[in-house]
Design a protein around this ligand. Structure first.
Ligand SMILES: [Zn+2]
Length: 416
């Protein structure tokens, strides 16, 4: 997908960076830096940060640390670009009425749920009206320290298609009806939300309504109308597809990112995978979420493995065919913020540590049109950085063992 499609997001990012211009200068020293999934490690490296941006990366012998620069000792640690969680939800009491919650309380929540796991950008794919905007405003103003927040705000459900599990989530608060009656209503709400400063739209092309109906599909013309509003502004279109029917609607609507694999549809066929790659549709597998959900049904372990295995095979097939896989956990919907299980299941699907690093850094930066700004440890890019205590080449679990997280040159998490 072309960068011009996300020009608006990039412009918003550049403005947000202006706010970080007063961040103190910083020198990260003694680290083993892996600049990107394609690069070899730089041993005993120095990373210089000025005004929230990386100004130099290199061997200690090659980079001069200006006198008086604040130093962050990273000896024994592996420093990588900051991670993206491309599927979270700012839901529940910790975020409801985020504009009025005490700053310290919000900061502690964000640190525990996201900073601790290395996230410097989180994409909220549905939350109660107003909460994500309020949080973005407070983080942008420097009042609350935390990851950069991108959000689709209120989701778009089919008419009469509020998912069974979403009925008590506050998504319909403040007079916003997440169900879309027709194409005009969808178009209008999409314009309103994007005008407010949100960063994309989330379509439930296949909504789990339960009962005898099971899954209700969004009308393809409605999905197309909403998707076009976002695309015309260079903003991404996400879909929750659920099954094969929802996947067809997502393809018809020109969706950019599948917010979940579709294990209910069984493994994908080769032509389906080719089509997803051709249409440049990225995937957030959310494997651990599927495992938690299917376990709630108290089914035999073989059924759990088959269901999660279908989702794993979709992720690995897409990756092998050259498609884009993004790391995302559905945290906030599931009460699981620890990224260990998701990493394990992705590794179990055959992803090596460099591929995992790509799902956390370069792939989201590219998919969301920010590869000139984020995703690598390189001069000129935003200083979003993570230090790990273990080498990820020795196992996926290392990505969940975070020593500290720096966003735009500011420490947002440090291991106690
Ligand atoms: Zn979700």
């Amino acid at each position: 997908m072309g960068r011009n499609r996300f020009a608006f997001l990039l412009a918003a990012t550049l403005m947000a960076m202006g706010a970080a211009a007063d961040a103190a200068d910083l020198a990260i020293t003694g680290a083993r830096v892996v600049p990107s999934p394609q690069d070899e490690a730089i041993e005993d490296a120095v990373v210089l940060v000025s005004d929230g941006r990386i100004t130099a990366v290199g061997r200690a012998a090659e980079v001069v640390v200006p006198a008086g620069t604040r130093q962050l000792d990273a000896r024994g640690k592996v420093v990588l670009a900051g991670f993206w969680n491309s599927h979270v939800h700012l839901l529940g009491p910790a975020y409801r009425n985020a504009g009025r919650l005490p700053a310290g309380q919000l900061e502690a929540t964000l640190r525990e749920q996201y900073g601790r796991w290395g996230f410097t950008t989180i994409f909220d794919l549905a939350s109660a009206p107003g909460d994500a905007l309020a949080l973005m405003r407070r983080i942008g103003a420097g009042e609350v320290r935390g990851p950069r927040v991108l959000s689709t705000g209120s989701p778009f459900f089919p008419q009469g298609g509020t998912p069974v599990y979403a009925r008590d989530l506050d998504l319909a608060a403040d007079g916003v009806d997440p169900e879309v009656a027709d194409a005009d209503a969808g178009r209008n709400r999409a314009r309103t939300q994007l005008d407010q400063g949100l960063h994309g739209v989330k379509l439930f092309t296949g909504a789990i309504v339960g009962g005898t109906e099971g899954v209700r599909l969004m009308d393809a013309s409605v999905a197309r109308a909403i998707g076009k509003v976002a695309r015309d502004r260079g903003q991404p279109v996400f879909a929750h597809a659920t099954d094969a029917g929802g996947l067809v609607v997502a393809l018809q609507a020109g969706v950019d990112v599948l917010a979940h694999a579709t294990p209910a549809a069984g493994p994908w066929s080769a032509p389906t995978v080719s089509r997803l790659v051709r249409e440049e549709m990225a995937l957030v597998p959310t494997l651990a979420m599927f495992e938690i959900e299917i376990r709630r049904e108290h089914v035999p372990e073989a059924v759990v493995r088959r269901f999660v295995g279908a989702a794993q095979s979709q992720g690995s097939m897409l990756q092998a065919a050259g498609g884009s896989v993004l790391f995302g956990t559905d945290a906030g919907y599931i009460d699981q913020y620890d990224t260990s299980r998701e990493l394990q299941l992705l590794a179990g699907a055959g992803m090596g540590w460099r591929q995992l690093l790509a799902t956390l850094t370069t792939t989201p930066a590219r998919v969301f049109g920010e590869d000139g700004e984020r995703g690598r440890v390189a001069p000129g890019l935003v200083a979003d950085l993570v230090a790990l205590d273990l080498d990820p080449a020795r196992g996926a679990q290392a990505f969940a063992d975070v020593a500290w997280t720096v966003r735009a040159g500011e420490v947002i998490y440090r291991k106690p």
